[in-house]
Design a protein around this ligand. Structure first.
Ligand SMILES: Cc1cc2nc3c(=O)[nH]c(=O)nc-3n(C[C@H](O)[C@H](O)[C@H](O)COP(=O)(O)OP(=O)(O)OC[C@H]3O[C@@H](n4cnc5c(N)ncnc54)[C@H](O)[C@@H]3O)c2cc1C
Length: 438
């Protein structure tokens, strides 16, 4: 089997904007690459996205689908890129100093470097997407985006409270649909979107309310059952619970015993690396960056040596998830404030902190404290930063603390709240900041 493998410098899985841009650059550099995708065409994820790209520099009047056709046409002219479409990765393993991919169409591909550019996919909780065949009336973020322009005079339920859910609620309401927005917790959407939502009539908001226990799609409607509202019927239901990296295909990858779980030949590009605001432009840029990293890695000769990884390859043996470290209700005394009595003695404060550690394997690479962020250390840093010296303003203290927490290894984003607990008899005063990626 190994002898029939097709040899390349780089294998890229995922032919979206990131994979295509990476392939183009690798070819420019003189490296041969295989570009693999399960879909029949490249950039298939952008099919049907017919809205104008007013916010994409240089393409104000074009639809995303049109832009994607341009990417596809450009890529197909490249002689150094071999396309393997309508196929998926069955297995990834190491074959000497190379990686070997077995594809579902029987092809074997061997390469020095592997790029994961498989993007994100909408979360499909089993409770709502249990059926083997997706139901046309129960939508996710992608199918809703593809269909939403045609939805008129419908009774639509949107589950979720992030940007995507709120933006769709406003859009669908503008088209004359009756919209119910249902979120288990407070809305997480941006302030501007929430303000627009609040100004609109005709959108029923159920916020902080336990979600439906079941969706039962019928021929002409979806029956929704919940503890709070009993049995109701909607024409369409969209489940908008965010996205997760499409990396299942990497789960067959065995960690190299010499390098722990790291795979120095594995690079990531595009949405899969969980951008703050994923879009075609950041995906294109990621593709270029990955190509340049690979070039440097190959030219440095590291390809034939043992690590370290240049791209901080992450262990992917187990499923993937976003890890957030939370410390809540940490109370201690700090010298803080401009009032006379605040200068004289420290006062009790409470700190709540959330640290976004980004996409991680659900299982740590081993059960060792040295390989994760130690929360004892985080707790100690919070106390030390807040008690090091007198600060006049809560704003200064929280800014200093957030900046310090952002410096911790692996921390992508920080949310902190500091409350003065006894400043007034009748209320607590607090400030929250959010910085970095969320
Ligand atoms: C609803 C919605 C609306 C959006 N609107 C905009 C917009 O208006 N403007 C904008 O700039 N961006 C928009 N985006 C974001 C944009 O689509 C992405 O940022 C961009 O497509 C990311 O490119 P990518 O190459 O990283 O991933 P993708 O475009 O997702 O490409 C990943 C590719 O990997 C393939 N793949 C996945 N798994 C496998 C596997 N196991 N084996 C083989 N192939 C696989 C897929 O078929 C796909 O072709 C939107 C996204 C969504 C979901």
């Amino acid at each position: 089997m190994d002898s029939q493998a097709h040899e390349f410098d780089v294998a890229i899985v995922g032919a979206g904007p990131a994979g295509c841009s990476c392939a183009l650059w690798l070819q420019e550099i003189g490296l041969r690459c295989a570009l693999i995708d399960q879909a029949p065409v490249v950039c298939s994820r952008l099919d049907g996205f017919s809205f104008r790209q007013d916010w994409v520099l240089g393409h104000p009047d074009q639809a995303l689908a049109e832009i994607a056709q341009g990417y596809a046409a450009h890529l197909q002219r490249q002689p150094g890129v071999t396309l393997h479409l309508r196929t998926e990765v069955l297995q990834v393993r190491r074959a000497g100093a190379r990686v070997q991919l077995s594809l579902t169409d029987g092809t074997q591909i061997r390469a020095q470097a592997l790029v994961a550019a498989t993007g994100m996919r909408p979360r499909h909780p089993k409770l709502y997407f249990g059926a083997a065949t997706p139901d046309a009336r129960v939508l996710d973020a992608i199918s809703l985006t593809q269909q939403r322009a045609a939805l008129r005079n419908q009774n639509i339920l949107l589950l979720g409270g992030g940007d995507n859910a709120v933006e769709n609620a406003i859009y669908l309401n503008e088209l004359g649909n009756r919209v119910t927005l249902w979120s288990r917790s407070a809305l997480k959407a941006g302030a501007m979107l929430v303000r627009t939502l609040q100004q609109r009539t005709g959108i029923e908001c159920r916020i902080g309310c336990e979600l439906p226990a079941a969706l039962d799609p019928r021929a002409d409607r979806v029956v929704v059952r919940s503890a709070a509202y009993g049995e109701e019927a909607f024409d369409q239901v969209a489940v908008l619970f965010g996205f997760e990296p499409a990396l299942d295909w990497l789960h067959t990858l065995e960690p190299d015993p010499r390098l722990g779980a790291a795979w120095p030949e594995l690079f990531y590009a595009g949405d899969v690396s969980q951008r703050l605001h994923p879009c075609v432009h950041s995906a294109l840029a990621d593709g270029v960056t990955a190509a340049k990293q690979i070039q440097r890695w190959i030219e440095s000769g590291a390809v034939n040596r043992e690590g370290p990884a240049m791209n901080a390859a992450t262990p992917l043996k187990s499923p993937w998830g976003n890890r957030i470290l939370t410390l809540t209700g940490l109370r201690f005394d700090a010298s803080l404030g401009i009032l006379e009595h605040e200068h004289e003695a420290p006062q009790p404060i409470q700190v709540d902190a959330e640290l976004n550690l980004g996409g991680q394997s659900l299982l740590p690479r081993d059960d060792e404290i040295h390989h994760v962020l130690d929360y004892r250390k985080v707790r100690q840093i919070i106390i030390s930063e807040c008690t090091a010296e007198h600060m006049n303003l809560l704003e200064s203290l929280i800014g200093k603390l957030a900046a310090r927490l952002m410096q911790l290894p692996g921390v992508l984003g920080v949310r902190v709240k500091i409350a003065k607990l006894e400043i007034f008899d009748d209320c607590e005063v607090a400030i929250r900041v959010e910085t970095g990626q969320w």
